[in-house]
Write a protein that binds this ligand. Structure first.
Ligand SMILES: [Zn+2]
Length: 255
């Protein structure tokens, strides 16, 4: 199998595992046609299923499906022998029904037993796509194909995820309407390094100290001048109210 297809299949099976609880060995329901085709192609069906599903598999056949093979007579003895090597799935149909109907009934509405289905029957595959989480395998000449997930599968997966993110009734009661959960305040801007992991600053050496005082005393530096100016203005404003011109105030009073 090509590397890319193997990766796609592995991802798809992990979707079935994570979202729908599929577990290895994957239980694969195999229909009678698939048994006949495998014998005709002289391929190892068990091994091929393991490759396409990217894991351990347990091939299974229903009572009705193996009955179909018995009815075909001696000419299909090797297909019967193959089917006999699989685990028998009891379907409890007293009288055998057509294989595809039997498989459909075993899958039911929700595939609760987590079966993979290997079938060539187009009608059955179409029907199984309507049920969420049914991995479907069919044969295309010598190659086994795992179908992409059906819409029903993807829709159900999304619904399950949305449900998982909604708070439960108990959680809602805990939170209450008046006490919204407190959120940790976030500092804006880039975070500094972790203060615990930063080395303490070495005490400044004397040469740096001198440099600094030099700057402070340098009156010509722009910062020093600014500071000086600001101080001056502050002084003047403090006395400004006392210095209101007496010539102006009388006019104010008269109006
Ligand atoms: Zn049956």
């Amino acid at each position: 199998m090509r590397q890319r297809r193997a990766k796609t299949y592995r991802k798809l099976m992990s979707l079935y595992s994570l979202s729908f609880g599929f577990r290895q060995p994957y239980q694969v329901l195999i229909d009678s046609d698939m048994c006949i085709l495998a014998v005709a192609a002289k391929t190892d069906l068990h091994q091929q299923l393991g490759i396409v599903l990217q894991g351990n598999v347990k091939p299974m056949i229903t009572q009705c499906c193996i009955q179909e093979l018995y009815l075909l007579g001696k000419s299909h003895q090797s297909a019967v022998d193959l089917a006999k090597s699989f685990e028998r799935r009891k379907c409890n149909h007293r009288e055998a029904i057509p294989g595809q109907e039997c498989i459909a009934s075993v899958i039911g509405e929700s595939n609760k037993h987590r079966y993979v289905v290997a079938t060539q029957l187009r009608a059955l595959r179409v029907m199984l796509r309507l049920i969420p989480a049914v991995p479907i395998v069919h044969r295309n000449r010598a190659v086994m194909i795992l179908e992409p997930p059906s819409d029903a599968t993807l829709d159900t997966k999304q619904q399950n995820e949305e449900k998982a993110f909604q708070p439960s009734a108990a959680e809602l009661a805990n939170i209450g309407v008046d006490n919204p959960p407190e959120r940790p305040r976030r500092r804006k801007g880039p975070k500094g390094p972790n203060s615990l992991s930063v080395k303490k600053k070495a005490p400044p050496d004397t040469s740096q100290k001198r440099k600094r005082t030099d700057v402070d005393e340098d009156v010509t530096s722009p910062t020093a001048q600014k500071r000086k100016r600001r101080r001056k203005r502050g002084d003047s404003s403090a006395t400004l109210s006392n210095r209101v011109s007496p010539a102006v105030s009388p006019t104010h009073v008269s109006t």
